[in-house]
Design a protein around this ligand. Structure first.
Ligand code: OGA
Ligand code: NI
Length: 341
C-alpha cells in the first residue's frame, strides 16, 4: 500500500527510480497538425462504417462521439472515480494487491519496475461479466454509489465497443456477429487509471509505450492531456473531448484481421499542474478461445502472419510487464506469433 502514489505526500522532486533516460522519451510532435479522427456515430450507417475503417487503418486509434452513453453517466463516473481516489488510505487498504491474477484490485505503476523504471500511475482494476450477475460482488463498496455507477458505465461502454466491432465487420466483409462469441466474451475489465501530479513530467511516464493485449479498448480520458499515440514515427497528443471515447485496437484484433488493422503503441505522459484520471473498458476473448487470422483474410497471396493460439496462452507468453516495456512491440508480437508456422 505504501507504493500508492496518490496517498503519498506531494513530492518536490521525482525519485531517481522514475527517471526515464531522455533517449527513450522523445517529446510529442510540437505542432498539433495531426489529430485523431473523430467519428460521429449518429451519422449514416455507411458513412460511419467507412469512417471507422479508414480511421482504424490510418491511425489504429480514433475518437467516437454521439455514442449513446449519456453525459450524466460520464459525469457521474468521473465524480465517483475522484471520490474513490480521495478516500483515506484505510478505506482502500483491503483492495490493494500486487497479485496480477486477482481480477479486482488496487495497485500502482510504481510496482511494474520494468528495466528498473517505475511508472507514475495508480490503478483500480475491476472485472465484470455479462450479464453482470454477481461478478461485481468483490467491487469496492465505498463510495456507496460506486458499484451502481461503475456497472452502468461498464455495461454501456462495452455495448459501444460491441457496436463498433459490428460496424468494423460490415466494413471489412466479415459476418456482423464475427466477434460475438468467445472473441469478446471473456471478462471485461474496467480500469480507472489515476496519474497524480508529477514534479517532473519531462522525465517520467504514466504508462510506457505499449499496445493493449485485448481485442478493443474504449477510454474516457477526462479533461487533462496525457495520452499520446505513435503515428508515422511521431508521438501525437490526444486532444481531450469531454464526452468522447478514445478507441484503440488491441493485439487480438490485429491477429484476427491478419494485420489489416494494427494495434498501435501509445503512452501516457504526466502533468505537473493537474492530476489526471482516465477510465478504460477492455473487451477481451475468453481464456480458452483460439485466436488466429480469420479465413476471410487469408488466401494464397495472403498467408497467415500470426500463429493461432488461445488467448490464455497468448497472455502467458506476453506478460503485461514485457509488453509495456517493449518499444518494438508489434514486431516482437509477430516474431513470437510467427514461429512454428
Ligand atoms: C491503458 C491505457 C490510457 C490512458 O490503460 O492501457 O493506455 O489515457 N490508458 O490512461
Ligand atoms: Ni493502453
Amino acid at each position: 500500500m505504501e507504493n500508492m502514489l496518490h496517498l503519498a505526500p506531494c513530492r518536490a522532486s521525482v525519485p531517481d527510480c522514475f527517471i526515464v533516460p531522455p533517449e527513450q522519451l522523445p517529446p510529442a510532435a510540437s505542432v498539433a497538425a495531426v489529430s485523431l479522427p473523430v467519428v460521429d456515430l449518429s451519422g449514416s450507417h455507411d458513412e460511419v462504417c467507412r469512417a471507422i475503417l479508414d480511421a482504424g487503418k490510418e491511425f489504429g486509434f480514433f475518437q467516437v462521439v454521439n455514442h449513446g452513453v449519456s453525459e450524466q453517466v460520464m459525469r457521474d463516473m468521473e465524480a465517483v472515480c475522484d471520490e474513490f481516489f480521495e478516500l483515506p488510505a484505510e478505506d482502500k487498504a483491503h483492495l490493494y494487491s500486487e497479485d496480477r491474477q486477482k481480477p479486482n484490485r488496487l495497485f500502482s505503476g510504481t510496482t511494474y519496475e520494468t528495466g528498473g523504471q517505475k511508472y507514475w500511475m495508480d490503478c483500480l482494476r475491476l472485472a465484470f461479466t455479462f450479464p453482470v450477475g454477481d461478478s461485481t460482488s468483490e467491487w469496492p463498496e465505498n463510495p456507496e454509489r460506486l458499484r451502481e455507477i461503475f456497472e452502468k458505465f461498464g455495461v454501456l461502454t462495452r455495448g459501444v465497443g460491441m457496436e463498433l466491432l459490428q460496424l468494423l465487420c460490415e466494413a471489412m466483409g466479415l459476418r456482423p456477429d464475427h466477434f460475438d462469441g468467445g472473441l469478446s466474451s471473456g471478462d471485461a475489465i474496467l480500469s480507472v487509471n489515476h496519474y497524480p501530479q508529477c514534479p517532473n513530467p519531462s522525465m517520467t511516464l504514466g504508462l510506457p509505450p505499449h499496445c493493449d493485449r485485448n481485442l478493443i479498448t474504449l477510454v474516457h480520458t477526462g479533461p487533462v492531456h496525457g495520452l499520446e499515440v505513435l503515428y508515422n514515427g511521431d508521438w501525437i497528443k490526444v486532444e481531450p473531448m469531454p464526452n468522447a471515447f478514445v478507441v484503440n485496437f488491441g493485439l487480438q484484433l490485429e491477429v484476427v484481421t491478419n494485420g489489416i488493422l494494427k494495434s498501435v503503441e501509445h503512452r501516457v505522459m504526466t502533468n505537473s499542474m493537474l492530476a489526471r484520471t482516465s477510465r478504460a473498458v477492455f473487451i477481451q476473448p475468453k481464456e480458452d478461445c483460439l485466436v488466429g487470422p480469420a479465413d476471410e483474410f487469408l488466401s494464397e497471396d495472403n498467408p497467415p502472419s500470426y500463429r493461432t493460439v488461445t488467448f490464455g496462452d497468448f497472455r502467458r507468453t506476453h506478460s503485461i510487464v514485457k509488453l509495456k516495456s517493449s518499444l518494438n512491440l508489434t514486431t516482437n508480437l509477430k516474431n513470437i506469433q510467427m514461429k512454428d508456422i
